[in-house]
Design a protein around this ligand. Structure first.
Ligand code: HSE
Length: 312
């Protein structure tokens, strides 16, 4: 029996105007996954840790298992069974790429166990299958940074093409998480509120926001990147109504000195990129602002991390 233990990090997807395209890996929290290749026909997974009791342990619905199984299938190793122990560190349904971290860990671990028959892009495609099993859509903006680390940009979906950018230096990431009743199908619901089409003028405006975000990151100019993050014209306006107090929380973050602020992934957490050392001040203002809207919330501080999935 061969075994490996891997970790994969939390991620923040979209970064404002980069819907389904941009995402970044955080230094914490992480999911930990132990996988064994066994001679049985049955796959088995046990899920523990934060929110583990809310995650399906059905092999065909669990993102780690589906992603790992996709690797075995592609590598022609379908005859093996998989035994998994998943310890969740990334809280599910908060907007921190929880299913993406588990899917990335599953695909990465299976590829390691088989002595890496698949290349990076193939592993990414398998992780996307895991993401789809968990939330109904095969978007890659969480699984790509969870696998590769850093800030990733999806350049194309068919065929999938991705590039990795250096993290912005000298910044902290504040994640403010409201205590809300979150539906099991949160991401699917948050995608359903998005407009099916937009006016050309909105597209032009969104492209300039995306350019600010991308070029700001490439020039390591957090002010420019932050301006891009804060100026999503399509997704944030549609989803803001799902997060009570969102506009006030965003205003509070910006007034407290954030470079940029938007919804973290599909929400409900709200993230801000802030100058090094300003995280506590900004986080406190964001939590106060949620509280003024009648919502209890907490905040956490993170770094953008170069590190993706790895063997531990
Ligand atoms: N791009 C995805 C969305 C990320 O916004 O629906 C979900 O975490």
């Amino acid at each position: 029996m061969r075994s490996v233990e891997v970790s994969a990090p939390a991620t923040i997807a979209n970064l404002g105007p980069g819907y389904d395209l941009m995402g970044m890996a955080l230094d914490s929290p992480k999911d930990f996954l132990r996988v064994s290749l066994i001679k049985s026909a049955n796959d088995e997974i046990e899920v523990k840790g934060i929110g583990g009791d809310t995650i399906s342990a059905e092999p065909d619905q669990n993102s780690s298992m589906v992603a790992a199984r996709a690797v075995l299938r592609r590598a022609g190793a379908n005859g093996y069974g998989l035994k998994m122990h998943l310890r969740k560190g990334v809280p599910p349904r908060m907007g921190m790429g929880s299913s993406g971290a588990s899917a990335a860990a599953g695909a990465f671990a299976a590829n390691v166990l088989l002595n890496e028959p698949l290349d990076e892009i193939e592993v990414l495609e398998c992780a996307m299958e895991g993401e789809k099993a968990a939330c109904g859509s095969a978007h890659a903006d969480n699984v790509a940074p969870a696998l590769l680390g850093g800030i990733t940009v999806i350049l194309n979906y068919e065929p999938i093409k991705v590039t990795k950018l250096r993290p912005l230096a000298g910044v902290e990431v504040v994640e403010a998480t409201p205590e809300l009743e979150i539906a099991q199908e949160k991401t699917r619901l948050a995608r359903e509120v998005l407009p099916a089409s937009v006016m050309l003028g909105t597209v032009v405006s969104q492209m300039s926001s995306f350019a600010l975000l991308l070029i700001g990151i490439m020039k390591n100019d957090p002010k420019m990147a932050g301006e891009g993050i804060s100026s999503d014209r399509i997704v944030e306006p549609a989803r803001a109504k799902l997060i009570p107090g969102f506009q006030e929380v965003k205003r509070a973050a910006m007034e407290a000195g954030a470079y940029g602020c938007s919804i973290s992934g599909a929400g409900p957490s709200v993230f801000a990129i802030v100058p090094q050392g300003a995280g506590i001040r900004v986080g406190e203002r964001m939590v106060e602002s949620f509280s003024a809207a009648g919502i209890r919330a907490k905040f956490s501080l993170h770094k953008i991390s170069e590190e993706g999935a790895k063997v531990v």
